[in-house]
Design a protein around this ligand. Structure first.
Ligand code: FAD
Ligand code: EPU
Length: 343
């Protein structure tokens, strides 16, 4: 399907901001790909639009990924491979794998968006990242005009990052993923609050089922984050900063309540929400652009905010956190065009 001439994208992004595209092309069959051209400077690949801030119109084509398919291949008595089309809904797939008796994705329940976007920022939540169960990413390489399969190591996954997001944005269209899931469930309950939530809801909180963990994650997420169907947002607007140990210790001496979590060797992750709240932004509203009163890391659209208003608000928050803590917050969603660098 192709629609041309100023196509409105408001219902296709979770911020609910108005922006237009010159053309919209739905990709529902891989055989369409050899006929298509992708120009990264002016075109956009769109999944569920839940990690996107459209500040300006898209001058070219929006490619809407609609490739479906769910396939199970038993590898051994303990593991099964699952291959999923990029256009499948992520949360629906998570619940479907659980219904098949397969575990591994339960902590990633209720993350909005489609399967194809999951590797872009290596989605993560409640102590688990996609990369842990990912085997291969199936792509269309626009540069070489051919299908390819990239194994996990070729994807350069790290916290909210990958080859697709940083090193080679715009080179690949993800068509499918292959994951490896487990027949025997090992709960991962490190993340603060998850074990406690299970104490209240699980029949056997010390050995919960994968479905119980998924239900607990869903409940926690509903408590903490605004629902984009009610209030436009893109989840966390900034990444949690990762600091070198010496810098983290110096800051903690000045701000003893600063949350610090051990991260990669010699580093600590801190909370962007805490930094933003300390700068006084939680619950702020100017017109229809604001910062959630529920969670300081979530920018919200109360109705008619423009992408530009939300981007201006993000820039003000970032400048304040820089002034107050000398920490540069890095946006998490794709912003079109990107925020100007801090000067
Ligand atoms: P989109 O917003 O459509 O696209 C995001 C980026 O990926 C764009 O650059 C786009 O061009 C690119 N892209 C999309 N599909 C493809 C494809 N098939 N091939 C190539 N490029 C593609 N994220 C987390 O990691 N953890 C969370 O806990 C989390 N919680 C959230 C909670 C809320 C309420 C919201 C609104 C968002 C949250 N997010 C979270 C962010 C978001 O849900 C994820 O990043 C998700 O993977 C985005 O999927 P999408 O299909 O909506 O991507
Ligand atoms: N906090 C505040 N003020 C707030 C909210 C939180 O100070 O308004 C502090 C508290 O100290 C709290 C800490 O921040 O303990 C962490 O908060 P939370 O558990 O809500 O997690 P987060 O770090 O804000 C991250 C991810 C989320 C993911 C959750 C759960 C990032 C950027 N965000 O949020 O991912 O769902 O953990 O794992 O890593 C997303 O990427 O869009 C997203 C929602």
């Amino acid at each position: 399907m192709t629609s041309t001439g100023a196509y409105e994208l408001q219902s296709l992004n979770s911020f609910g901001v108005s922006a237009k595209a010159e053309r919209l092309v739905a990709i529902s069959d891989k055989n369409q790909l050899p006929q298509l051209q992708f120009q990264p400077q002016q075109d956009l690949i769109l999944g569920g639009g839940s990690n996107l801030l459209l500040v300006e119109d898209v001058p070219g084509t929006v490619f809407q990924v609609r490739l479906t398919g769910r396939q199970l291949t038993r590898e051994s008595d303990t593991r099964t491979r699952v291959t999923l089309g990029a256009g499948e809904n992520w949360h629906a797939v998570v619940r479907w794998t659980l219904a098949q008796g397969l575990s591994g994705l339960e902590n990633l329940s209720l993350i909005p968006g489609l399967v194809g976007a999951a590797p872009i920022q290596n989605i993560g939540a409640y102590g688990v990242e996609l990369a842990e169960s990912l085997v291969e990413v199936h792509v269309w390489d626009w540069q070489q005009q051919r299908e390819r399969t990239l194994d996990r190591d070729a994807c350069d996954f790290s916290y909210r990052d990958s080859r697709f997001k940083s090193a080679e944005p715009g080179r690949f269209l993800i068509t499918a993923l292959t994951l490896r899931l487990q027949h025997h469930f090992t709960p991962r309950l490190r993340y603060a609050g998850l074990a406690q939530a299970l104490q209240e809801t699980s029949k056997n909180p010390d050995a919960p089922s994968a479905l119980e963990v998924s239900d607990a994650v869903i409940r926690l997420r509903r408590e903490k984050l605004p629902d984009p169907a009610q209030l436009g947002n893109a989840g966390s607007f900034f990444k949690n900063p990762v600091l070198e140990a010496a810098r983290a210790e110096a800051l903690a001496a000045q701000h003893p309540e600063l949350p610090l979590y051990a991260s990669q060797e010699g580093h600590y992750k801190t909370s962007a929400a805490w930094l933003i709240e300390r700068c006084g932004w939680k619950g702020f509203r100017a017109g229809d652009a604001g910062v959630s009163a529920q969670h300081a890391l979530v920018l919200v659209n109360y109705g008619r905010a423009s992408g530009a208003e939300l981007a201006q608000l993000a820039a003000r928050i970032r400048a304040d956190v820089w002034r107050e803590f000398a920490i540069e917050l890095e946006p998490e969603p794709r912003i079109l065009p990107p925020l100007a660098p801090l000067t």
